[in-house]
Design a protein around this ligand. Sequence first.
Ligand code: SAM
Ligand code: SF4
Ligand code: SF4
Length: 345
Amino acid sequence: MSNLSTTAIGPRDQLRRPLRDLRISLLDQCNFRCTYCMPVKKFHENYQFLKRNERINHEEIIRLVKIVVPMGVTKIRLTGGEPLLDKNVAQLVEKINKIDGIDDLALTTNATLLKKKAQDLANAGLDRITISLDSIDQDVFYKMNGNRGNVSDVIEGIEAAEKAGLTPIKINTVVQRGVNEHTIIDLLNHFKGSGHIVRLIEFMDVGNQNNWNLEDVVTAKELLTMIQSKWPLSPAKETYRGEVAKRYLYDDGSGEVGFITSVSTPFCGDCSRARLSADGVLYTCLFANKGTDIKTLLRDGSSDQDIENVFTRVWLARNDRYSELRNSHLPNESPKKIEMYRMGG
Ligand code: SAM
Ligand code: SF4
Ligand code: SF4
């Protein structure tokens, strides 16, 4: 007998997880070339990114959001690529913000273009912003992002977001052994007491381009020991089920640090996230190797109900838990994964 089920608050997947969170990649282009995401060797100046008409457009995004909210989605995150390269991103935020039923509208950015856009985004109704910053040491920053941008632009972007009221600001930092781990204390020190929340992310094996190796992952446990030796920390209470980061508070009251332990302690059991790529494909796991084409349905006259039915069917069949199974995958056995810059982080 099948254990497929649909409840009053939308479908539950094969592991009884609801669909609550949709991450939408606005475009696959980026002004950075982070070594762990879009290494410059592959994403060179002649690399062919999606053409405009190959990407889902804002009207299509709005239509989809209206379709998924009644299925239980309450959180929308705009991402990419670099979402602030989309010149009309604030207008899109404004339109999504008008849709009833969304509790949390957020955006993830490398913040190089944020200084100019923060106030418009806040005025348009963005609730929260997450900023990626791997080091405040300019040399290490360059080394990780392919020699692009300046730390000072990111810091100014963060200040602008704070001024615009996009708080609390989360700062995501991917930690790689031998690359930026020695600059983590400086980064934490910079934001300690600011109200911004740094979240240290274990380097993940997303995509196929970043030469991921388990030995390059600095685990949350190692990081915690390193930080504790300087500033005592105590675990914070979970604020909601399925919280992605393990949160710790500085004992001296100067704020919190989060750890995203997707490699050392996976959290697939609570994963209620789906992703829509820049080319309109629906994925149910960050490590997926295949997805479901939604863009064609948006353009071939399919009704909203047809599209909802496809979302429901895909979600009901979902059994992804890649991170929990990571250690049982043999490297040569795994099919090619979809790249994160396209699917959206
Ligand atoms: N360009 C935006 C940015 O960097 O914030 C949004 C898209 S980016 C793909 C989203 C997030 O994914 C970033 O915080 C980035 O650090 C993270 N990310 C990308 N590749 C990763 C990897 N291999 N391991 C861990 N995090 C990764
Ligand atoms: Fe661009 Fe973000 Fe990927 Fe870095 S992590 S290359 S900023 S999409
Ligand atoms: Fe969710 Fe897939 Fe990550 Fe597990 S590995 S938490 S299912 S995105």
